[in-house]
Design a protein around this ligand. Structure first.
Ligand code: NAD
Ligand code: DAU
Length: 355
């Protein structure tokens, strides 16, 4: 048996595949376009593992997806592939529309055709799991209750609007065509292999490089943080036991203001890798112009996932963030390859022109 995982050379997808193959021998077909965010170096430990089949290509390529489905007959498709960075979506939304909306549509079309041809027992077993975000619900005020699965969709950035559209397509393919879908809406992830354009890895990297730690606006925006491996375990659980057509919110009950997150990072770095001049990394914090349309607060109510499927995160923010800082300290070569662009050359060296 096998599963097809899209976007699995990115941050969460690569953690998912590493976690999957550490527990299971079931083959993973990894379809990833290797955009700037896709990094095969994340999966270097699987080079010799025959249970990991990497295919470079886009979810928007109907023929390629159809061929992979026919060839490998997976029992599930898990869709991580997306353009994921809000700031990039503000500067240039086109790729977000193409991948997150058009790409998801083409992927759904190929999966629908494949699913329709499966024998009855395989049809019943098949799942399409779509990985989405809490950002589709918009922004909360200070005293609002956390997002539940029944919150209205109110996306505010081109990124969240494109993810909302993809969620609606997934829902429509269930209701219209009976495709057996599951959707997860998760809060902010952090952990190993996080691309250093996002707040946490960017600040760890900049701190160690002696650069400013840029805080947008007043730094009082709130995000709800989840250690990436907990997100992976939630997806595994929903895939195993989720009810078809249902949506599951995933979160770690860890609401933090951005400035507090960066203060925590500085305190851990001060302890684990003190600055040569004895000053705190906090002195590098710099307030910069706010992100346009910046959502003030996200908070996930993950009660449904816990009550119905028995899932709970293993890490608190305190344990997860310490592990994360330690990982970045131990993997400076990975960070240097990503920030210098050498990770793309690594790919070239490893796989030649085919990369
Ligand atoms: P990422 O940007 O690190 O990785 C995205 C991956 O998708 C990359 O490997 C990229 O090469 C690949 N990709 C992009 N376009 C593609 C295409 N057309 N076809 C195939 N592959 C393509 O993103 P991430 O942070 O790992 O997020 C993964 C998924 O989880 C996304 O759908 C995102 O919306 C969702 N999500 C992320 C977070 C978070 O905090 N990072 C939280 C909730 C949900
Ligand atoms: O909520 C889930 C979402 O979390 C995912 O769907 C997205 O794919 C993922 O990128 C993430 O989006 P955010 O915009 O919340 O993540 P980011 O790391 O870009 O920003 C986190 C917060 O920190 C946000 O309030 C903006 C702020 N920020 C970010 C950067 C990059 C700064 O203050 N300074 C920065 O330099």
């Amino acid at each position: 048996m096998s599963i097809l995982v899209t976007g699995a050379a990115g941050f969460i997808g690569s953690n998912f595949v590493l976690d999957w193959l550490s527990q299971d021998n079931e083959t993973v077909i990894n379809l990833d376009a290797l955009t700037y965010a896709g990094n095969r170096e994340n999966l270097a430990s699987l080079e010799e593992n025959p249970a990991h089949i990497f295919v470079r290509g886009s979810i928007a390529d109907f023929d390629l997806v159809a061929k992979l489905l026919a060839e490998h007959a997976p029992r599930a498709v898990i869709n991580f592939a997306a353009e994921s960075h809000v700031d990039r979506s503000i500067h240039g939304p086109e790729d977000f529309i193409q991948t997150n909306i058009v790409g998801t549509f083409r992927l759904l079309e190929a999966v629908r055709a494949y699913h329709g041809r499966l024998p009855e027992n395989e049809k019943n077993r098949f799942r399409f799991l779509h990985v989405s975000t809490d950002e589709v619900y918009g922004s909360l005020n200070k005293d609002d209750a956390a997002f539940t699965e029944t919150n209205r969709y109110e996306p505010n950035s081109p990124y969240s609007a494109s993810k909302a559209a993809s969620d609606h397509l997934v829902r429509a393919y269930h209701h219209t065509y009976g495709l057996p879908v599951l959707t997860t809406n998760c809060s902010n992830n952090y952990g190993p292999y996080h691309f250093p354009e996002k707040l946490i890895p960017l600040c760890i990297h900049n701190a160690l490089a002696g650069k400013p730690l840029p805080i947008y606006g007043d730094g009082q925006q709130i995000r709800d943080w989840l250690y990436v491996k907990d997100h992976c375990s939630a997806i595994r659980r929903v895939l195993e036991a989720g009810k078809l057509g249902e949506v599951y919110n995933v979160g770690g009950w860890n609401e933090k203001a951005n400035l507090d997150v960066v203060h925590t990072l500085c305190a851990i770095l001060d302890e684990l890798s003190p600055r040569a001049d004895g000053q705190s990394y906090r002195t590098q914090i710099t307030f910069v112009t706010d992100r346009p349309g910046h959502d003030r607060r996200y908070a996930i109510d993950a009660t449904k996932l816990e009550r119905e499927l028995g899932w709970k995160p293993a890490e608190t923010f305190e344990t997860g963030i310490r592990k994360t800082v330690q990982w970045y300290l131990d993997n400076q070569a990975w960070v240097n390859n990503v920030t210098s662009g050498a990770y793309k050359q690594w790919l070239g060296k490893q796989y030649g022109a085919a990369a």
